[in-house]
Design a protein. Structure first.
Length: 655
């Protein structure tokens, strides 16, 4: 028999020993949520619940395997008959047995995102929609739109209105594609990832006998990370637990940050309304962070109205107050972070125990450059390195041909973006351009247009118009910031982003940030040379082993669930965190505050919050930045000296 009182703290023990019924477990950051779930499963088994009557839903299959392996170690017995895994995995298991009730064969195929995009392309071709000719979004963007509509259970027109307003005029065509896509999947007996959830829910809704059988089979349903579930996932677990109501959901409303993926905050916040007899437990004992970091975290979330109030309490003793660093400008901010990390490394701290977090990928630009200059090894967790992203390379290619009209690679990258210009056409066009003294002039010649294949002529006209708009800038105006402005606002590049990427708004933010960043270089050549040096260094680093000791650079979203000894949260300025664009979303400010809370609770030993006091752009000059409202809210809340949540450092030229 397991000695649960010895193995668990009092909060965890109460959860594990509860008999049954609907249970809402509010597990604060670092409070041993996984341990609680693991011991809960062990106790159910020890009390005689057959493993096949337990369902454990997690957000990664790895998490489920890890929990069940620990259960087996604790009990020294096999737990493999428990149905555990992601919602998609569980739905797949059920559909393999019962999909025939929905008109599918039992040997249906699951298609990945690439296959899904190809099938959507087939639907578009059948409907005679050519995205390259009609300025229509590409198949990957259509796939994102259809998937998000399903996962949020939104009307397609409403979704376009809120998330993709630039496609609202295409609502009828997108609806036609979505309908044909559904039809073709049925004909081919295939399902995509979203279908697994939707079809599982439909199976349960449309077959009361099957629902009765399955809900009686699963005597206990346990759900991890419940704050990240969408409407469909919440419906599925509600139905599977409907016979016994033995539903235990574990999550933290204060860490609900994925609404952009379709997660529905109301699932966790309204759980007591759906289950009026539910028992609510709070895990507030934190094993991760110092009392000082938790004091700041607790204060940071108090202004959210929609929440279950809780207060994290530290097991650890002692520690340093978090530090708010006001740097003179963004370069001083990067200099401070790099210098402090160098000092920590010299004092024996491993680099992999240090993370720099930020709200948006472009916030890391200056820091990446500073790290490369100082030879500080780092790993990017928020996607590929900033300057290697496709849209960054696109716009810098236009800059490169203005600086060096003979730059073949830049020309090839530019030409391929235009309709009906493929690799064969590019070979033909480049053979002509390379012989000319100045390809930037030659592209406007009649001879060039004569050798252009007929189907590529509209694309070449568009390309010429774009280059003409850039050349119309006075020589002194030909700086990255102005070129980016022209590409976004006077040519079709903004539409190109919208048609090709589901995160077009974020990519626009990146480009505007790149323009501001370039203001630090006196000439465009200096800017491009710096980027080239960075990219080459990065390629060398990619050859190194991934597990080496490196500082982690990550967006806050990517950092959730992780922890580091030292955390730097940069760009703590209003408009950056909270991100200005996110404030326009319903409930946006509260979700941004939860993001801030997630960021600060990643730190174990020391937390640095930093912001530039002044930012500089060529167009606006020096701009004074206001500290994040989340920091302004915290500062006056504890006036007594010993309870101050922050130390304040100000860094100017003398640093």
């Amino acid at each position: 028999m397991i000695d649960y009182e010895k193995e668990l703290n009092s909060e965890q023990y109460r959860v594990v020993m509860e008999a049954g019924g609907p249970l809402l477990v509010l597990a604060g950051a670092g409070s041993g949520k996984t341990r609680t779930l693991t011991y809960r499963v062990a106790r159910l088994l020890e009390n005689g619940v057959p493993p096949e009557r337990i369902l454990l839903a997690t957000f990664t299959n790895k998490a489920a395997r890890s929990m069940l392996n620990r259960v087996e170690v604790i009990l020294n017995s096999y737990a493999g008959k428990i149905l555990g895994g992601t919602f998609h995995h569980i739905a797949h298991i059920l559909l393999r047995s019962y999909a025939y009730r929905l008109g599918y064969k039992s040997n249906f195929t699951i298609v990945d995102s690439e296959d899904s995009r190809q099938l959507i392309s087939t639907c578009m071709a059948q409907l005679k929609i050519d995205p390259k000719l009609s300025k229509f979004p590409r198949s990957n963007v259509i796939s994102e739109i259809i998937g998000l509509a399903l996962n949020t259970q939104s009307n397609l027109e409403d979704l376009l209105q809120t998330r993709y307003p630039f496609f609202l005029h295409l609502v009828n065509e997108i609806n036609q594609i979505a309908s044909l896509y559904v039809q073709k999947k049925k004909e081919l007996s295939v399902m995509d990832f979203d279908d697994l959830l939707c079809n599982c829910r439909a199976l349960l809704l449309d077959n009361p006998d099957l629902l009765n059988s399955l809900s009686n089979r699963f005597e206990h349903v346990l759900v991890d990370e419940y704050q990240d579930t969408n409407i469909i996932q919440a419906d599925i677990v509600d139905m599977l637990a409907s016979a016994h109501k033995n539903l235990m959901v574990v999550g933290d409303d204060s860490q609900s940050i994925y609404s952009f993926r379709g997660a529905n905050f109301s699932n966790i916040i309204n759980f007591p309304s759906r289950y009026p007899d539910c028992k609510i437990f709070k895990l507030e004992t934190n094993y991760r962070s110092t009392p000082q970091i938790l004091h700041l975290a607790n204060l940071s979330i108090t202004n959210n109205e929609k929440q279950f109030p809780k207060e994290l309490r530290a097991v650890r003793q002692g520690g340093m107050r978090p530090v708010m660093v006001s740097a003179q400008n963004v370069l001083k901010q990067a200099d401070f972070v790099a210098q402090r990390i160098t000092e920590l490394s010299r004092s024996g701290i491993q680099l992999k125990e240090i993370a720099v977090l930020y709200r948006a990928h472009y916030h890391s630009m200056e820091l990446q450059m500073e790290f490369v200059r100082r030879n500080i090894p780092f790993d990017i967790r928020s996607g590929i390195r900033f300057f290697e992203q496709a849209h960054i390379k696109d716009v810098t290619s236009y800059m490169r041909i203005i600086v060096n009209p003979q730059d073949e690679l830049a020309w090839r990258r530019i030409l391929i973006m235009y309709p009906k210009i493929g690799k064969v056409t590019i070979e033909k066009l480049w053979k002509y351009l390379v012989k000319e003294e100045n390809p930037l002039e030659a592209i406007f010649s009649d001879d060039f247009l004569k050798i252009t294949p007929k189907q590529a002529k509209p694309g070449i006209e568009e390309c010429r118009n774009t280059i003409q708009a850039l050349l119309a800038l006075q020589p002194l105006e030909r700086v990255p910031e102005k070129i980016i402005d022209v590409l976004l606002n006077k040519t079709g590049y903004r539409i190109y982003l919208q048609d090709n990427y589901s995160d077009a708004f974020s990519r626009e933010d990146d480009l505007i940030g790149l323009g501001n960043f370039s203001a630090k270089f006196p000439r465009m050549e200096d800017f491009l040379n710096e980027l080239a040096l960075l990219t080459n260094m990065n390629k060398e680093e990619h050859l190194e082993h991934q597990q080496e000791d490196k500082v982690i650079l990550s967006t806050i979203h990517q950092a959730k669930g992780l922890e580091w000894a030292y955390v730097f949260l940069i760009w703590c300025a209003d408009g950056m965190i909270p991100l200005q664009r996110a404030l326009k979303e319903p409930g946006g400010e509260e979700e941004e505050r939860r993001l801030f809370y997630v960021a600060v609770t990643r730190a174990k030993d020391q937390l640095y919050l930093s912001t530039p006091v002044i930012d500089y752009t060529r167009s606006s000059g020096a701009l004074t930045l206001s500290p994040s409202r989340f920091i302004r809210e915290i500062s006056p809340l504890s006036l007594q000296d010993e309870m101050r949540p922050l130390e304040h450092w100000t860094l100017y030229d003398e640093y």
